[in-house]
Design a protein around this ligand. Structure first.
Ligand code: NAP
Length: 516
């Protein structure tokens, strides 16, 4: 069978894909989409396509090329467990290394013929009659039995509402839209935000700028990063699959211990708070700056950042820490909530992503034409963080309650891949044409999430983008350890699903025997 099993699928890039009819359509070629494609391919399933709107693979690691981009999860944990170990240079991988790793995965797993670059999903509709997803893309229609949304949660830059931003006389750039020409040196640069992206880019921009102004609405908790290069001997040892697996296991369990902090358990939360405040005290000698950098909310409620060069950068003579939000812009003047104004040439928005409201949701219509964004009008809900009631034959990777603040996103993605593969096997074995989680199961899982979330720091510590402001529910993060996510959601169980065998018209039946 040809890749994509399509009647008129032409070549890989640029050509039309009219009439593609596949078993599985995967939307997105980041970690999740590439992981899904790898697993399908390895199982000999050749009838799939990966639709990718950009001109390259890599997702967030393709888009984020700002100076200093790196991962704050160790490389041997932030990589696929089912791939041969990569030769990582440092404990924490740099952005370009991760990008190369993903491209290499595509090449070595033979995925290129399945990937349609420059192919944006415009509309997805469930065709109940045919038990198919009917997709419209900018390169023509695609039909698919199964739809896997792997669009990530860090794919749509969040541009805050700042009066006059459009009229800024200089250059405005979001960190995820960085390009080499933005800064050449000697500019007056403003950075908006103090999240993970900001603390990585600020030390680099501080060296280039004539003046750098950091607009800090909320100071971050920062702990030592302690990155280091692996020795030649370590690199050789970690190329052995057994050694790499043992390190991965250890890193996973070590990182998972931090979940006790998110439950506000003592002494864990006190220890991490002391570590962060001690790091601040050790690195910032100016008492006024130190005071401005001291958070007034509980640690762990926002992502705890890792940096050894952020605080020192703020003490440089050419850096101004503006302890308030950027509220408006008039020509080249950036006005802070404090009333201060700063003349700038470049404004860098390190303001995060549209994570709680994934824009793709307005493009997806399930059973009876229901729009996914409407189903999620009070925030994302799901069953097993992967399937959604009313949206048959659809799986969402890295979506509702599938992220973590304290451990590896790749471990979570792999857990979801196992779940989806289990579902696909079940569908194939039982000759099922349509499978949909029941509304009751989704409601029960949502209640379970709420119960698990209640004691966590995310719901009791501060406002963060992990919480959907429409419902004040934790919709982004899994409120538990990474290992507990696998225990709960790593294995597909058909019980909460209604299924349809054969073609249209036959009633849906639950595996327990009931029809609906
Ligand atoms: P983010 O965590 O959402 O941070 C956005 C920042 O912008 C916040 O500090 C926010 O302040 C601030 N902000 C928004 N509007 C503002 C305004 N008008 N004035 C001043 N500040 C404003 O975004 P991010 O740093 O891009 O990180 C997003 C996620 O990407 C991370 O949590 C992580 O998952 C991932 N990431 C990971 C790494 C890594 O090393 N693995 C690196 C980069 C990103 P408030 O806090 O007050 O809302």
């Amino acid at each position: 069978m040809k890749p994509g099993n399509a009647s008129t699928v032409a070549d890989i890039d640029g050509a039309a894909i009219d009439g593609a009819d596949v078993d599985v359509a995967i939307v997105g070629a980041g970690f999740a989409g590439i992981g899904m494609a790898t697993q399908l391919r390895r199982r000999g399933r050749d009838s799939f396509v990966v639709l990718e709107r950009a001109d390259g693979v890599g997702g967030t690691w393709r888009d984020n090329v700002y100076p200093g981009i790196a991962c704050d999860i160790p490389a041997h944990l932030y990589s696929f467990s089912f791939r041969p170990p990569a030769d990582w240079a440092t404990r924490f991988p740099r952005g370009p290394e991760i990008r190369d790793y993903l491209q290499r995965t595509v090449d070595e797993e033979g995925l290129t013929p399945f990937i349609r670059l420059g192919c944006e999903l415009v509309d997805a509709r469930w065709d109940a009659q045919a038990a198919r997803w009917s997709l419209a893309t900018n390169r023509g229609p695609v039909r698919a039995r199964m739809l896997v949304l792997a669009v990530g949660r860090l794919s749509e830059p969040h541009i805050p509402e700042i009066d006059g931003l459009d009229g800024f006389s200089g250059t405005v750039v979001h960190t995820a839209q960085w390009h080499p020409g933005v800064v050449s040196g000697g500019e007056r640069i403003g950075v908006v935000g103090t999240g993970a992206s900001a603390v990585q880019i600020i030390p680099h921009l501080a060296e280039l700028a004539e003046e750098l102004v950091v607009f800090a609405r909320t100071p971050a908790y920062v702990v030592p990063r302690e990155d280091r290069e692996f020795s030649a001997e370590e690199r050789a040892r970690l190329l052995d699959a057994g050694n790499a697996r043992a390190l991965r296991e250890q890193l996973l369990l070590d990182a998972d211990r931090a979940f006790a902090q998110r439950l506000r358990l003592v002494p864990d939360i006190d220890e991490i708070r002391d570590l962060a405040l001690g790091h601040l005290a050790a690195q910032v000698s100016n008492p006024l700056l130190r005071q401005a950098l001291t958070p007034d909310y509980e640690i762990g409620c926002k992502r705890i950042l890792l940096s050894d060069d952020y605080f020192p950068a703020l003490e440089r003579p050419n850096v101004v820490y503006e302890p308030s939000a950027l509220t408006s812009v008039v020509e080249n003047k950036a006005c802070a909530a404090s009333g201060a104004t700063h003349d700038l040439d470049v404004l860098v928005l390190a303001t995060g992503f549209e994570a709680t409201r994934p824009p793709v949701a307005v493009r997806v219509r399930g059973r009876d034409g229901q729009v996914l964004d409407d189903h999620w009008s009070a925030g994302m809900v799901s069953y097993a963080s992967t399937t959604v009631a009313g949206f048959p034959n659809m799986f969402v990777l890295d979506g509702p309650n599938a992220a973590l603040g304290h451990n590896s996103a790749i471990y979570m993605i792999e857990t979801q891949l196992d779940y989806v593969l289990g579902a696909l096997d079940y569908v194939a074995e039982q000759s099922i044409s349509s499978i949909e989680v029941t509304a009751e199961a989704e409601a029960a899982y949502t209640a379970e999430i709420d119960e698990r979330s209640a004691p966590t720091v995310w719901l009791t510590g501060c406002n963060s983008w992990y919480v959907d402001s429409r419902s004040n529910r934790l919709t982004l993060l899994w409120p538990g350890t990474a290992v507990s996510f696998r225990e709960r959601n790593g294995t597909f169980d058909p019980a909460p699903y209604a299924v349809r065998h054969g073609e249209s018209g036959e009633p849906m039946a639950t595996p327990g025997g009931g029809a609906r």
